[in-house]
Write a protein that binds this ligand. Sequence first.
Ligand code: APR
Ligand code: PHB
Length: 388
Amino acid sequence: MRCQVAIIGGGPSGLLLSQLLHKAGIDTVVLERRSKEYVLSRIRAGVLEWGSVELLREAGVGARMDAEGFPHDGTYLACRNRGFRIDFSKLTGKKVMVYGQTEVTQDLYAAREAEDGRVITEVDGVTIHGADSDAPYVTFVKDGQEQRLDCDYVAGCDGFHGVSRKTIPDNVLKEYERVYPFGWLGVLSETPPVSHELIYAQNRRGFALCSMRNANLSRYYVQCPLTDKVDDWTDQAFWDELKRRIPEEAADSIITGPTIEKSIAPLRSFVAEPMRWGRLFLVGDAAHIVPPTGAKGLNLAFSDVHYLYNGLVQFYQGDDEGVQKYSERALARVWKSERFSWSMTTLLHNFPEHTGFEMHMQEAELDYLEHSVAAQTSLAENYIGLPY
Ligand code: APR
Ligand code: PHB
């Protein structure tokens, strides 16, 4: 089998890259370890930067997002009982779109299927060969049969646990990591969201976030110790804790109900450099992880896709500058999103090692944010997404 670009991983990065390249007349094969149903059962964040919205439209997969997504002009930050709003539209002229990652992935699968895209699911043993040569290829096992896929380039879109990053030799790859000493317990509930915009709440009991998927589907999170197990948290315990952490007005008006999903996720910042080794590129979670505070994970993956897609189109037109510069360009934006996600996490969470001094720093920063247009503009321009 042959294609121009072999794509490892059929998550949002791999599918979007495949769809964009297809539109540009570049032929791809996507190799995904899991079934499509499994990929679509993963619940992830739900806020799209406007750059991501435009990229999805460019890929021809924006119709359902435009019909069913919710453009948000701002967000609330809360500190104990005080809340204030950051007005993205007023401060930056831009907004974000609330539309779940699961929906994005579903739209991408539908588009690839409608255009007869080659997406091979449930493959095992994916191995990348000759990435540092002019003739790379990928081997894998499908239905018990080993197969070989020859290509010009390999895009490693296979997430944090994939094989692509591990293919880059240790003496080339440099990894940077920060693991946070807490997790997020998240629930989905078929109840109307408590607020029409998100609420990020700092509280001495721990951080809380009120988010949503649609008019009758709420997504809420509370910071919890990493030692907690989902089964330790009854629905009642979750709602009680959430209410203690958000401003009273929200706590009094929140509509609670049975939860339909509950999970605990750890928080991590991670970057691997470089993001290109020969003819192999790392894209999305394969190269970097951000803590979810600020909802940058998917958006950062999509900015990688943007740089790689443009570089590959340029390459097939006879100019390899974008391919050569992919890692440098992608990483410049990656580090800025890492900084924002880390600073939002540091500002809003309780850290076991914090003393009264760090707690005062957090409160002073929130107070500054509440009263300074300059500070709000900085947060807003990062939240809506830095330019590509
Ligand atoms: N072979 C083939 N596929 C693999 C392999 C492998 N060895 N290892 C992992 N995969 C697949 C996974 O099953 C998954 O479907 O690669 C896909 C990677 O998808 P994601 O983990 O969702 O990563 P990505 O597409 O980069 O998505 C961006 O940003 O912060 C996040 O939540 C956000 O998941 C989102 C991500
Ligand atoms: C979500 O809706 O799941 C969500 C929203 C914003 C975040 C993280 C998660 O910062």
